[in-house]
Write a protein of this length. Structure first.
Ligand SMILES: [Fe+2]
Length: 165
């Protein structure tokens, strides 16, 4: 399957939850954009985009099982769900492993071990800062701590800087 087919599969999987669908669509758009601007290689770009599309796959289950979507729950539940979801997409075993790893670690900001991981957390933050109405201090602290790519930093500034003044 190509990225568009996996995106369609994820929308179907999201079972009419328009909030989840809007969220993953925005994160995918930023991840794709940052990846392209940073000129990551083709395989990394594919892994990044698919990871962005499926990164919150555990949210519905976490809401049901724990009553919330805290990062630790998502990380625990996300990896097996990702494996299952990607089984019939003809991604390679290596790609599935990396995508599942990213899904399982996207709320951990201390051991970012690749550009795919780095860009995914930047893209997710660009969306969450808006959706969750993070205040200026929270936004700037995260920016300083986590943002590394030139393109991600630029998007952050374009989106939030005037509000930082
Ligand atoms: Fe997210």
């Amino acid at each position: 399957m190509n990225v568009a087919e996996i995106f369609e599969k994820m929308i179907n999987y999201s079972d009419h939850n328009l909030h989840d669908i809007a969220h993953l669509t925005k994160v995918w758009a930023y991840a794709k954009t940052i990846g392209e601007l940073e000129q990551v290689d083709e395989n990394t770009q594919f892994i990044l985009e698919v990871a962005a599309i499926v990164h919150d796959i555990a949210c519905p289950l976490c809401r049901e099982k724990y009553g919330n979507t805290a990062g630790t729950y998502q990380e625990k539940e996300g990896m097996p769900l990702t494996y299952e979801f990607l089984q019939d997409t003809d991604c390679s075993e290596q790609q599935i492993q990396r995508i599942a790893y990213l899904v399982g670690h996207h709320h951990t900001f201390t051991h970012i071990d690749g550009l795919d991981y780095q860009i995914l957390v930047e893209a997710d933050f660009l969306v969450n800062a808006d959706e969750s109405h993070y205040d200026v201090k929270t936004r700037n602290a995260f920016y300083q701590k986590v943002f590394r790519t030139k393109a991600g930093k630029q998007l952050f500034k374009d989106m939030y800087e005037s509000e930082n003044q």
